[in-house]
Write a new protein. Sequence first.
Length: 365
Amino acid sequence: MASITFKNVNKRYAGGTLAVDNLNLSIADKEFVVLLGPSGCGKSTTLNMLAGLEEVTEGELRFDKELVNHTPPHRRDVAMVFQSYALYPHKSVYENIAFSLRMRNYKAQEIDRRVRDAAARLEIAHLLDRRPSQLSGGQRQRVALGRAMVRRPAVFLMDEPLSNLDAALRVSMRAEIKELHRTMATTFVYVTHDQAEALTLADRIVVMRHGVVQQVGTPDEIYERPANTFVASFLGSPPINYLDGTIAAADGGMQFQRGEVRLTFAPHAAERLAASAGRQVRLGIRSEDVDGRSQPPRGASLSGQVTSVLPVGSDQFLGMRVEGAEMFFRVGKDVRHAEGETIALTVDVNRLHVFDAESGANLIW
């Protein structure tokens, strides 16, 4: 098994493009780490450096204590699952799974044992004689996983492995990958732009933007205490709502103020914002952190005009215009409102986020 350490790692391409900028990251043995971010943020480049498919321009990449900057891919003891599955179309499922073992000159009996064991665990034993063209997307994904599993690698790398699957199948495959990590007890590094995958699978999430790490933490830490507006915006469905305004001292505490909006901060936030009176800030309110079932108390009321009502099964989404800003909230399906109606929602002030208007940095956490 292996721990992984990036120390001051940069990746530059021809022409000077900086794809990964001063990456410092430690991944523990047997940890499941997800690299999360939009296209072009450097997450796949980081994975490719781990695999040895891209060279490290500057800095150090170590597996345990061994420097692997110049170690070729076949000597790194890693296995990679690609977005495209990369299966051999002319080979059977059995031969696709067995291929890497044959290349390493394993004995036929050991190959057969490993292939059939992986196929049984992934529930594709009945497909071993078929070709990839005869399989569904989910079945091809299981074959790709099986081909990596039989290697029993020290590091298991996955590059957007579920992006070609439909929504329902992605949900079930997440559970299978989570269980695979548990049973294999191997270090997993997983790349995705899908926040649901990251929140479901990861022990820790690494959020990246423009090649720079924005925040590293557990799913709860990333969601509940985002380091800046980029992280806060990237996680959450619907996305977090923002309202620009100022901090003011009021009623013995601290308030957010914009027009008629007066939201009183909880004690822990007020303490951190005590020296920020008059500061321009961006308030963040998660879509689920409101309640429309009761009369809002003083200092926790958010009033506005309903612009849309969208029932979605067990929930209901309300669009609201608040002091000129468009906001979107998730409320219970029993909350009844109509477009054009002016309403007041109760805000959970214990869960407010406050970001500096200029830098975007979180001022509370």
